[in-house]
Design a binder for this molecule. Structure first.
Ligand SMILES: *Cc1c(COP(=O)(O)O)cnc(C)c1O
Length: 460
């Protein structure tokens, strides 16, 4: 296969993609879940002899769709969205065609310089102060790990990097019980340890209790530990919980600790000024992560971390061997020094396309619609007999349940086997509950109201 073949087959691929997306609404949202059904259709050994592109493409068309859960389906209400606006898909096609590796500025200046510009666009769009800079990571998990590693090193006066953790004092980090498991992963991988990630009790709004935070930090210090930082939750994955960002940041500041805010999902909604009160005080954080690849519409993967001062993170993560030096240049931004991998995809391009082709106005309109429709849907579900709303909408996410876990789970399985909509579960206050989140880029009000129809029908 050469570039002439690529030229021809990328047009075939575009035709396939067009038909795929047009036909989505007639497909069940979730893949049939039969273990091994796809693997059974694949050759067990790699071919010794070249196969034709015709044959490979035909197999793609016959095998792959059968194993897909359709994340771009307009009635995907599971997890959180992984939206891919067509504008961002087009940019990804171009980034794919260019196939540049933007590890340092000089390996493609446009990748770094466009990243600096679009991250600043998003900073403005979210209403964060102009002394924040930032970078693009693959995922929020990586961004949070980077933030926690930086907390660790600042607490150890950058000794952990060279001496390791074995002789280090006990480092502690604080978060609420509603924070995402990526914070647990960061505690584990950073060598801080799961047991030293202190989960604060939450109040009646499921936010971290600032008084408990202050006490925990003081108690740990008194016991000889070294508190290193606080991770706050702005829109938790389970039920969309928000910590009281302003109060908790004040407690952290008083204790001299840095704060990382995880707004992976809800951050996108902050392009709408009316939702910003939910994370009131976020401008006081040292680090904020949000995923444009979730609600905003940038094709996966694309996670933006804003940093008040990037230097502590660069000091923690940056290495510059001679072969990565840029000669004859003033100090360029080398984004690999802000994050974990050396190699970097050209992710800024899809943000540049997305924001320009839609404009913030249209992106806001979509998010506002999702929030409005989620509230309307929740009000309708509430009227179904035997259904209880277990958590009311946080932006566009709410949960419901039936009386017993067994009944809820049985209904849940009927809904997802039916295929018209797709929902996922969580556990809230000990109960098995069903999550509904509205956020698919192209969903309509009718798509959202289908949830009520399906639940009513399958309650029978
Ligand atoms: C989705 C999510 C994450 C993890 O996101 P990845 O980008 O997949 O690592 C972390 N925190 C919250 C609140 C999330 O919703």
């Amino acid at each position: 296969m050469d570039h002439d073949d690529l030229h021809k087959w990328s047009k075939r691929a575009a035709d396939w993609a067009h038909a795929y997306h047009k036909g989505l609404c007639d497909q069940p949202v979730r893949a049939p879940l039969v273990r091994g059904a796809i693997a059974d259709q694949l050759q067990k050994s790699p071919p010794e002899k070249a196969e034709t592109i015709e044959k490979v493409f035909a197999d793609f068309e016959s095998i792959v769709p059968g194993g897909l859960t359709h994340w771009q389906h307009p009635r995907f209400f599971a997890y959180f969205p992984a939206n891919a606006a067509p504008a961002s898909m087009l940019a990804e096609q171009l980034a794919n065609a260019i196939a540049a590796q933007g590890m340092i500025w000089q390996t493609s200046p446009v990748a770094t310089e466009m990243e600096e510009v679009v991250v600043d666009w998003l900073r403005q769009a979210l209403g964060l102060p102009d002394d924040f800079t930032g970078t693009i990571h693959d995922t929020a998990t990586t961004a949070t790990l980077c933030a926690v590693l930086t907390m660790r090193e600042a607490a150890l006066d950058w000794q952990g990097l060279t001496k390791g953790m074995s002789g280090a004092p006990r480092i502690t980090v604080y978060c609420s019980a509603e924070t995402h498991s990526s914070v647990d992963k960061a505690a584990r991988l950073s060598g801080i340890g799961q047991d030293n990630l202190i989960k604060m009790p939450t109040d009646e709004n499921h936010g971290m209790r600032p008084d408990a935070l202050a006490k925990a930090i003081a108690d740990d210090r008194a016991a000889g530990a070294v508190p290193a930082g606080v991770v706050l939750c702005a829109g938790g994955t389970s039920i969309g919980a928000f910590d009281g960002i302003r109060e908790c940041i004040q407690v952290a500041k008083d204790a001299g600790l840095p704060v990382h805010v995880d707004a992976a999902w809800a951050g996108s909604a902050m392009i709408c000024p009316e939702y910003r009160e939910l994370w009131d005080g976020a401008e006081g954080a040292d680090s904020v992560v949000f995923n444009p690849h979730k609600w905003l519409g940038a094709q996966f993967d694309c996670s933006v971390q804003f940093l008040r001062d990037p230097n502590p993170q660069i000091r923690t993560l940056g290495l510059r061997p001679v072969f990565l030096e840029t000669l004859n240049s003033d100090e360029p931004t080398n984004f690999n020094e802000w994050t974990i991998p050396l190699g970097r995809r050209f992710r800024a391009l899809k943000l540049w396309f997305l924001v320009r082709i839609h404009g913030l106005e249209d992106l806001r309109l979509r998010i506002r619609n999702h929030v409005t429709w989620a509230q309307e849907l929740c009000a309708k579900i509430r009227t179904i007999e035997c259904v209880e709303i277990t958590t009311k909408p946080s932006l566009s996410l709410f949960t419901f349940a039936l009386q017993s876990d067994d009944e809820t789970e049985a209904l849940f399985n009927r809904i997802n086997d039916d295929g018209r909509i797709y929902l996922t579960q969580t556990r809230h206050e000990g109960r098995f509950v069903i999550r509904v989140q509205v956020g698919q880029f192209d969903c309509t009000r009718n798509d959202v109201m289908m949830v009520e129809t399906v639940v009513r029908e399958l309650m029978q």
